[in-house]
Design a protein around this ligand. Structure first.
Ligand code: GAL
Length: 418
C-alpha cells in the first residue's frame, strides 16, 4: 500500500516536472501592465477583446485597464499630461497618430523608438507607408497603430427618414432643405453633444466649405487661417449650428447618437466609433438599423484618424508593455479589436470577412478616396493648436462671429508653429 502510494507520488511529481518548464517557456512575464486610455464603458468592448488575447498569451501578468472616461480623450489627455510630467508614466498609453504624438510627446522626448519592434514583427510591410510616416520621424517610429477611424460620416436611421419624408443629404444645401421639413415635424435636424463634438463637426463642415486641397494647405502652413476660405467655413458652420439641439453641451457623444437612434433627431456627424456603438452596444444592423453617408459635400474624401499606443520612456513594466504592443500590431489583435470598434484595421492584410457592411464600405473608401487628416483627433495639429482651438470654439458658440474666430485661429497657428 505504502509502496503503491510512493510510486504514485513519483509519477505525479514527474508529470509536474515535465510540464513545468514548458509552462515557464510559454510565458515568463510577470507583474503588472498598466494600459492607459479613454475607452471606458460603451467604448470598452473592443479594448477588452485585445486584453483577452494578451491575458491568454501572458497569464502571469496582472493587467490594469486604467481608463479615464470622456469622448475623444478630453479628460484622459489632461490626466496623462499630469502623470507624464510628474514622472509617473503608465506602461503604454493611447495616443493619436500624427501631430498629437509627434508634435507633443516625441517633441518632448518622452517616447521610446519602436523601429526595432517594427522590423522584428514585419510591420514595415504590413502598415501603409503613409501611416508609418505619420507615427515616425527621421529619428524613429513612435507608436503602434491599432485602427483607422473615419471622422466625416453622417449617421441616420433609414426608417425614420422615410417616415419624415427626407433623404440623407449629399450637400449642405440638401441638408438645409431637409432640416426645415424636419423642424416643422418637431424633429431636431442635427444632434450635437459636448464641445469637442462641435470641433468634430467643424472639421467636416470646413472640409466641405474649402475642399481637400485647401484643408491640406492649411496644415502645411500654405493657407492662412484668416483667409476667405476659412471665414467661409466658420460662416457655414454657424448656419449648421442653427439646426442643432440647445442642450448639446450637457450630452456625451453617445447621448447625441441616442437622439438619432430614438428618433428625436434625424442626423449626427460623428466618427465611425458611432458605428461600433450602434452595432456592438445597441445591436443595430448596419444598413437597416442605421444608415450612413459621407458628411455633406465631402463625398470622395476620407478624413481619417488612427488610435495608437506608445511606449513611454521609463515605463515601469517595459517587457510587459512591449508584449502588449505586439498584440496590438498583430493581425489577430487587429481583427478582434476593429470589428467591435467600428474602425478598420490599420494593417493592409486584414480579414474583411470579419467586418460588417459599414466597415467593409469604410475599407473600400479608405483605399479609394482622397485621404486627409483630422484636426479634432490629433492628426493635423499638435496639442497646442488643438487645445487653443477648443477655446476658440467656446467663444464662437457664444458669439457666432466668423471673422473673429478666423483671426484667433491665425494667431493660434503662429503660436503652435503651423
Ligand atoms: C477619438 C478616438 C476614438 C473614439 C473617440 C470617441 O478621439 O480616436 O477611438 O474613442 O475619440 O471617444
Amino acid at each position: 500500500m505504502k509502496k503503491a502510494f510512493a510510486k504514485m507520488l513519483i509519477v505525479v511529481a514527474a508529470a509536474l516536472l515535465i510540464g513545468a518548464p514548458q509552462a515557464a517557456q510559454a510565458d515568463d512575464l510577470k507583474g503588472d501592465l498598466e494600459i492607459f486610455s479613454w475607452w471606458a464603458g460603451d467604448e470598452g468592448p473592443a479594448l477588452e477583446a485585445l486584453i483577452d488575447i494578451y491575458k491568454k498569451q501572458h497569464p502571469g501578468v496582472n493587467v490594469i485597464n486604467a481608463t479615464v472616461t470622456g469622448g475623444s480623450g478630453v479628460n484622459a489627455q489632461a490626466v496623462l499630461k499630469t502623470r507624464m510630467l510628474g514622472g509617473e508614466p503608465p506602461d503604454s498609453f493611447q495616443v493619436h497618430a500624427g501631430q498629437e504624438l509627434i508634435g507633443t510627446w516625441v517633441k518632448a522626448d518622452r517616447m521610446e523608438d519602436l523601429t526595432p519592434l517594427f522590423k522584428e514583427q514585419g510591420w514595415m510591410e504590413v502598415f501603409p507607408e503613409g501611416l508609418i510616416k505619420l507615427i515616425g520621424t527621421d529619428k524613429g517610429i513612435w507608436s503602434v497603430p491599432v485602427n483607422i477611424h473615419r471622422s466625416n460620416v453622417m449617421w441616420y436611421v433609414p426608417a425614420n427618414l422615410q417616415k419624415w419624408g427626407v433623404a440623407a443629404p449629399k450637400t449642405w444645401d440638401d441638408f438645409f432643405a431637409a432640416a426645415d421639413k424636419l423642424k416643422a415635424q418637431g424633429v431636431v435636424p442635427l444632434a450635437l453633444a459636448q464641445n469637442w463634438t462641435a470641433n468634430h463637426l467643424w472639421e467636416s463642415v470646413a472640409l466641405a466649405a474649402m475642399g481637400a486641397d485647401n484643408w491640406d494647405a492649411l496644415w502645411a502652413g500654405k493657407l492662412s487661417f484668416d483667409s476667405p476660405e476659412v471665414v467661409k467655413a466658420w460662416e457655414l458652420f454657424g448656419k449648421v449650428l442653427q439646426y442643432t439641439n440647445s442642450d448639446a453641451p450637457s450630452l456625451s457623444w453617445q447621448q447625441a447618437t441616442d437622439m438619432v437612434v430614438d428618433g428625436r433627431a434625424a442626423f449626427n456627424v460623428m466618427g465611425d466609433w458611432a458605428a461600433g456603438y450602434m452595432s456592438t452596444t445597441k445591436k443595430l444592423a448596419p444598413g437597416t438599423g442605421y444608415g450612413w453617408i459621407a458628411s455633406p459635400d465631402t463625398t470622395g474624401t476620407f478624413m481619417f484618424l488612427a488610435d495608437s499606443f506608445g511606449l513611454p520612456k521609463g515605463a515601469p513594466h517595459r517587457d510587459n508593455a512591449v508584449a502588449w504592443l505586439k498584440v496590438l500590431g498583430s493581425k489577430e489583435g487587429s481583427d478582434a479589436f476593429n470589428p467591435l470598434k467600428g474602425s478598420i484595421s490599420a494593417r493592409k492584410d486584414s480579414d474583411l470577412s470579419k467586418y460588417n457592411a459599414y466597415s467593409q464600405s469604410a475599407a473600400k473608401d479608405w483605399t479609394g478616396d482622397r485621404v486627409v487628416g483630422s484636426l479634432a483627433h490629433g492628426v493635423a495639429a499638435n496639442d497646442t493648436f488643438k487645445n487653443g482651438f477648443a477655446s476658440i470654439m467656446e467663444m464662437f458658440l457664444k458669439t457666432k462671429n466668423p471673422q473673429a474666430a478666423s483671426k484667433a485661429c491665425a494667431q493660434l497657428a503662429k503660436k503652435a508653429g503651423i
